[in-house]
Design a protein around this ligand. Structure first.
Ligand code: GLY
Ligand code: MN
Ligand code: MN
Length: 457
């Protein structure tokens, strides 16, 4: 089945070029002062058990500016007489370590192939970075990512305190550069979109593989998960961009369901929220479909309302619209639909009220988040308290849902819709020509879904 899916996938895009990384670095430097020192640290490795680590994923800002994916790395940039010079501290070549843990580019490899001017061994961090810190007036550094860099910065500040008192030498301050980088990351370049499109296509095909295998109520959540995640790797992505949610029956009404271990019962809905990560870029797709391949009338009613809400929200993904417009559109359509079905016995304004409206009983999350290197990507939603206006190149999810968990003690779930959980999620690129659905390859209408579910059984 995977070979058949794979044949539908376009070619892998070119990786992001060193020229593009250098352009990003230069753009960031434009926002800095000459006596600033910029520092970006890799994430720490984390333990799975005893001496076994989780698969490594570095910090997205470091990835965004350098493409460097190895652990134990620090990027910094300092201005020498008007010219910015970039440095990367890396794990040095070490044959014994490489025999056990894998190859390393090392110092020479880093300078030869990555967009940096100079590389050093991470073992020399304290000495080399210490000298740079001592010379700078403002350190652009996010505390809390790598403790040895934090210690170095704190110790430099303490020393400078004394020097300032004795000599009156320049001020030193520490500022987090994350917000500046987040503004840059919010607008995706064409080559970033290429990576996201590939992640989206792989994810769409993985969802199709699961749908084809479903049907008849014979599968388990873990089997569907294995198909999805198996295809992520088969197709050449690094795997999931967030842990897959595969929930059948009442599990579909748990927003971030984790166990993925139940049987999929004939007649229930299975909700799958799963996306691949490709070269660091995320996809995030949710589809909800009947285990036996045929929606019941009640399931259809709810599904169609969510689909209408999603389409209404996508139509609001227009340059110049506020970030809140899709959420408002989705909420309105969901509330209208539930009023029509008699699930909500309030008028539209009452139903939408955030305090007392009944919509929030069945739709309790936001419709969107930015997506990019992080699945919940960076970027302020309400700069200065006002919703951000959409610009060409922004990417966000549109993911309305309705969740009728009959197990919930806080609400009286309508019997007819008991344990129906529907979420429909796509990834949208805002363009001057209107919204582009990056995940459009994934079946979505009732007819499309019914024609795919169970076809490989
Ligand atoms: N998969 C998490 C989300 O949709 O935001
Ligand atoms: Mn999402
Ligand atoms: Mn999702």
């Amino acid at each position: 089945m995977f070979a058949e899916m794979f044949a539908q996938l376009g070619a892998m895009p070119n990786p992001i070029s060193n020229d593009e990384y250098l352009a990003r670095q230069n753009k960031l430097y434009q926002t800095l002062n000459q006596n600033d020192l910029l520092i970006l640290c890799s994430s720490p490795e984390t333990i799975h058990s005893n001496d076994v680590h989780h698969p490594y994923r570095t910090q997205s800002n470091l990835l965004y500016l350098t493409g460097w994916i190895e652990p134990d790395a620090v990027f910094c940039a300092i201005n020498n007489d008007g010219t910015w010079e970039s440095h990367l501290f890396v794990q040095p070549k070490d044959t014994l370590k490489e025999i056990w843990e894998g190859r390393r580019p090392g110092i020479e490899g880093a300078v030869a192939n990555w967009p940096i001017d100079l590389a050093h061994s991470i073992d020399d961090l304290t000495e080399v970075l210490g000298q740079m810190v001592a010379k700078s007036s403002r350190i652009m550094h996010r505390m809390g990512v790598m403790s040895k860099v934090d210690d170095l910065v704190v110790s430099a500040i303490k020393k400078r305190d004394r020097a300032r008192q004795r000599l009156g030498s320049g001020p030193i301050s520490v500022e987090d550069p994350s917000n500046i980088i987040a503004e840059m990351r919010l607008i995706k370049s064409n080559s970033e979109i290429d990576q996201m499109k590939f992640a989206s296509d792989v994810s769409s095909l993985a969802h199709i593989a699961a749908m084809m295998h479903g049907g008849g109520g014979a599968s388990t959540e873990n089997q569907l998960q294995s198909l999805i995640e198996g295809f992520f790797r088969y197709a050449g992505t690094s795997g999931w961009s967030y842990p897959s949610i595969v929930g059948s029956g009442e599990n579909a009404t748990i927003l971030h369901y984790k166990e993925n271990e139940d049987h999929c019962i004939d007649g229930d809905i299975v909700l799958i929220d799963a996306g691949a990560e490709f070269r660091g870029y995320a996809a995030d797709i949710t589809r909800s479909w009947p285990n036996n391949g045929k929606f019941t009338e009640a399931q259809k009613e709810i599904y169609q309302i969510v689909l209408d809400a999603q389409n209404a929200a996508i139509s609001e993904c227009i340059v110049g619209n506020p970030y809140t417009a899709p959420h408002e559109a989705a909420r309105r359509v969901l509330a209208e639909g539930l009023i029509k079905l008699g699930v909500i016995d309030q008028n539209l304004d009452e139903a939408l009220d955030m305090e007392n409206g009944q919509l929030k009983n069945w739709y309790m999350h936001n419709t969107s988040h930015w997506i990019g290197l992080d699945v919940h990507d960076v970027g302020v939603y309400l700069p200065n308290g006002e919703p951000r206006l959409f610009e060409h190149g922004m990417c966000l999810t549109i993911e309305p849902g309705l969740y009728f968990g009959a197990w919930r003690p806080d609400v009286d779930c309508p019997e007819k819709y008991s344990n129906i959980g529907i979420r429909i999620e796509d990834d949208i690129l805002i363009t001057d020509g209107g919204p582009v659905i990056l995940t459009e390859m994934c079946p979505k209408t009732i007819d499309e879904i019914e024609s795919v579910v169970g076809t490989s059984n």
